[in-house]
Write a protein that binds this ligand. Sequence first.
Ligand SMILES: Nc1ncnc2c1ncn2[C@@H]1O[C@H](COP(=O)(O)OP(=O)(O)O)[C@@H](O)[C@H]1O
Ligand SMILES: [Mg+2]
Length: 445
Amino acid sequence: MSDMVVVLGALAVAAVRLWAWRRWHPVSFWYGVEFPTRAVSVYLTWHHVSSGCRLTRKRQRFRLTLDAVPVVGAASRSTATVVQKRRVRRVDVERAPRLGLLRPTRLGWRVRLRLHDGQVPEDYEKAAEGIAHAWRVHSVRVVDVQPGFVTLWATLRDPLVDVVTEPETGELLRVRPGRLENGHDWVIDFRVMPHWLNAGATQSGKSNLANALIKGLAPQPVALVGFDLKGGVEFTPYAPRLSALATTRKESVDLLSDLVGEVENRMALCRENGARNVWTLPEALRRIPVVVLVDEVAELFLMADKSEKDEVARTATALLRLAQLGRAFAVYLVVCGQRIGSDLGPGVTALRAQLSGRVCHRVNDPETANMTLGDLDPAALDVARAIPAETPGVCVVAGQDGSWQRARSVYVPESAAEQAARDYAHLTPDWDTLINSVPTVRPAA
Ligand SMILES: Nc1ncnc2c1ncn2[C@@H]1O[C@H](COP(=O)(O)OP(=O)(O)O)[C@@H](O)[C@H]1O
Ligand SMILES: [Mg+2]
């Protein structure tokens, strides 16, 4: 009896210790206890799980079997004698795809799988949800496809529920507006990916992302320019940090022509200095980067009546020109919108093709997701369509190389972005000075 008490007591102490370990040192608990336990269970159940998800293949194998064989010439049927004989037979066996080494990540694990002949990565994408349920994890995603192999990436819980980011590092033109699903910071680096399309339904988090960008860029030596044709209600509060803001069609036509003029100046400056882009200009000649934020792009393209046709056409041409030349001459675009389809006008599709960074928030119609992410992996579309309304700010972020991730912007209320705009108002370059400063071109040798 007393032995029993000692054993129960020891078990209770061990349980409390494990609980306390998990509670106060979740990271070491994950790597030291939880991950190894999960890994053992994944390997032990893999055959069963892959069979349930129809990923196994039947193979014929030779097997030694023990068969019951009636003895020929036995006295009568009723007393037929049977003997056991060993025989080599061909039998069907189910083979699971071969599982590589499970590698722990901060929020789950990654594991490489060898495809059976005839299997394609899409078979695993279809099975991913079933595997996630079997493994009791938040999601399983197919990543890193190589000939004959895929990598499954399992995440234990949704890392996008509470999003906080590390403080900004202040690197020029780099902003960390939120978190990626893999637990890393989401980084928008305009020098790597110059133009962005930020799409989503109303209340999906588009403006929040714009706020996060304004807050992140405000302390940097960059000029911010806004287009807000919904009466200026979105961007006017940030005016102290904006070098220029257009709130009517007339203003936007003028501002766009300023911007195109500035890009052309920069182009001439680079040409005369034998530089391919502003970054290779001598330090003294370098021009300040300009980030252009467009709140609702449809407003720029919609015509109230025929008289605006000409202005809309000029707007479309100017935006496209900015997008085409901006990368080399440090003028970057962030274009937000609910819908960015060809119904807005012929220039829109060409513009969209230039905006290689894509952010797709929750959308109401599959068409918008298609327009934003359509040229990418179909799995990205499914994920974008599944974003629920309860989690504004969650989005699918995609880059030029076709890779994509779920992400969520950190919550930046208007007041925080306004505060940043006021705090760094002294850094705002004056627009007229910026566009009229004649570049000091070196005398030709
Ligand atoms: N990343 C986020 N985290 C938490 N709440 C958010 C986030 N993004 C947006 N929200 C909430 O959703 C609301 C709508 O977001 P908003 O950016 O204004 O949407 P949109 O501009 O697409 O209409 C915001 O007022 C805010 O309360
Ligand atoms: Mg908005």
